[in-house]
Design a protein around this ligand. Structure first.
Ligand code: SG4
Ligand code: ZN
Length: 258
């Protein structure tokens, strides 16, 4: 499995994948003064398993991004619930979006500003059979996104990943890495608030099945970490793997805080 598409020709995606021209597409620009506050009485976003070390972990260069996945005993699989979500959503994989220099790279923008890196944690709703089935429903996926800007503080999770990037420089290369719990990514930042809206996968086939949760706190990435991402070869000589922002078409973006 695996779709073929070219980031340089994203305007042509709808020819082959009609949903890419739909009316709840991602990413979007976030204007903080347009954001609505949450309705009172919502349960806070919760999670478990993020602190559990997987039994195996691997990274793959799939030609569009670098993707991290792990294997946990079923009861320990990282899972989120609450906030804007109904039911349990289990983590499938983590991946990243970046560009050739620090002026662009993120998929979502804030007040039309881009960031060098955006991290996505893709979860699927457990009441569906599997992730492929979940992708066919409008509440099938929950994607947590973190925007990152360049600073001096190394991120332990990114450091553990990039130590093996030399083994996945080319598309379709995969390598096992020493397992670590996802708390090494320092993901507690969502506690400081996040914005949420209904959207889509940001790559073909662009299924309109994702509930997005974006941290309002910007995370740090070092220049060395950015360089490691930029050395990974992507398909079609793509030097960036972000999609440009899509129209909101009347969707509201809601601010949540616990
Ligand atoms: C990346 O290309 C991932 O590698 C894809 O994962 C992912 O698709 C795609 O991005 C879209 O995800 O959070 N940016 S996004 O909307 O998760 C899916 C795989 O190809 C279905 C497994
Ligand atoms: Zn993504």
């Amino acid at each position: 499995r695996g779709q073929h598409f070219d980031y340089k020709k994203s305007d042509e995606w709808p020819n082959e994948y009609p949903i890419c021209a739909g009316d709840r597409q991602s990413p979007v620009n976030i204007e903080l003064h347009h954001v609505r506050s949450m309705e009172p009485g919502r349960p806070p976003l919760g999670r478990f398993g993020y602190d559990k070390k997987p039994t195996r972990m691997k990274i793959v260069n799939n030609g569009h991004t670098v993707q991290l996945s792990g294997e946990w005993p079923a009861k320990d699989t990282p899972t989120i619930y609450g906030g804007p979500l109904t039911g349990l959503y289990e983590l499938a994989q983590i991946h990243f979006h970046w560009g050739p220099d620090n002026t662009a790279g993120s998929e979502h923008t804030v007040a039309n500003q881009s960031f060098p890196l955006e991290m996505h944690l893709v979860h699927w709703k457990k009441s569906y059979e599997n992730i492929s089935e979940a992708m066919l429903h409008d509440d099938g996926l929950a994607v947590i996104g973190y925007l990152m800007s360049v600073d001096k503080n190394p991120n332990t999770g990114l450091e553990r990943m990039r130590a093996s990037f030399n083994k996945i420089l080319r598309p379709q290369q995969t390598t096992e890495i020493e397992p670590f719990p996802l708390t090494l990514f320092d993901l507690d930042l969502l506690k400081e608030g996040y914005v949420t809206y209904v959207g889509s996968l940001t790559t073909p086939p662009c299924n309109e099945s994702a509930i997005w949760l974006l941290s309002v706190r910007i995370k740090d990435v070092t220049m060395d970490e950015m360089d490691s991402f930029r050395k990974l070869r992507m398909e079609n000589h793509n030097e960036h793997n972000y999609r440009r922002v899509q129209p909101l078409n009347g969707r509201s973006i809601t601010y949540y805080y616990d």
